[in-house]
Ligand binder design. Structure first.
Ligand code: BEZ
Ligand code: FE
Length: 284
């Protein structure tokens, strides 16, 4: 019995020595921010291994998973970002890097379907190409500063799913359907026509999809419209407006939903209306 206890103590101290050696190696030579990052990474990685105690087969499976994640990436597909999104890491990075005063519009993930260079429209334009189905909606509101003052000339860069649940960026032929850029008027107003967005699935045919399956999770995102707002003298705001009647609001696969970004589409005699004001913060 005593011999077994001694063996366990020896094993535990050998395990501690490995962690200490790995930390010590960083302390010896790394400097500044690199040192801080590597020390924290080493501590947390070793802490994770101590907590989980993976078998060697499990550790190899983890390495295979990361290898396949890299191999799934190409010009159009970034499986590592999808991994970051589905583990909640992207939204945590977003929250840390976009701390805003009360009253400012909250941010959300950019996602992989943003395309630069969307067509520039006047207020009142319809972002949908002829023949696009779905429920027509008039979206309008104001862009203001934190004191409610209008921001003139703010650019709203807009993109969303079509009624068939795909983005223009996913069209191999290239398209900007349901994408567009507008500028606010002198009183901060903007308005445009579009189609009510629909819920859609993020790519599930790679290692991230397999991880979601293994965790018993789905790969749906609740319906939303993406906005990227920019104006001289203000922080760029990347956000999304989520439809309040969506069944996936509480289980978004990428954790992008915030209560303040959930909006209601009003039924009127002229069709659906969505009114939403955006509040931008001054550049720091
Ligand atoms: C999106 O909202 O378009 C999105 C965000 C993260 C992952 C996939 C899609
Ligand atoms: Fe999206």
């Amino acid at each position: 019995m005593a011999e077994m206890a001694r063996a366990e103590t020896r094993a535990a101290s050998a395990e501690d020595e490995i962690t200490q050696a790995a930390i010590g190696r960083v302390e010896e030579s790394a400097q500044g921010r690199t040192r801080d990052i590597l020390l924290s990474l080493t501590r947390h990685l070793h802490g994770f291994i101590r907590e989980v105690e993976p078998t060697e087969a499990e550790w190899l499976a983890a390495i295979r998973f990361l290898t396949e994640t890299g191999q799934k990436c190409d010009e159009r597909r970034q499986e590592f970002i999808l991994l970051s999104d589905t583990l909640g890491a992207t939204m945590l990075i977003d929250a840390i890097n976009n701390r805003k005063p009360a009253g400012a519009t909250e941010s959300s993930v950019l996602g992989p379907f943003y395309q630069e260079g969307a067509p520039v429209y006047d207020n009142g334009a319809d972002l949908a190409e002829g023949g696009t189905g779905g429920e027509r909606v008039l979206v309008s509101g104001r862009v203001t500063d934190i004191d409610g003052g209008p921001i003139e000339g703010a650019e709203l860069d807009i993109w969303q799913t079509a009624p068939d649940a795909v983005y223009a960026a996913q069209d191999p032929a290239g398209s900007f359907n349901l994408c567009g850029r507008l500028r606010t008027e002198a009183d901060g107003h903007y308005w445009f026509h579009t189609r009510k967005p629909v819920s859609y699935t993020i790519p599930g045919d790679g290692p991230v999809g397999a991880m979601l399956d293994a965790a018993g999770r789905h790969n749906w995102r609740p319906a939303h419209i993406h906005f990227k707002l920019s104006a001289a003298g203000y922080e760029t705001l990347v956000t999304q407006l989520f439809t309040d009647d969506d069944p996936y609001l509480g289980t978004d696969a990428v954790f992008g939903v915030k209560d303040s970004l959930v909006v209601h589409y009003e039924s009127t005699a002229d069709g659906l209306r969505l009114d939403h004001d955006f509040v931008m913060t001054a550049a720091g």
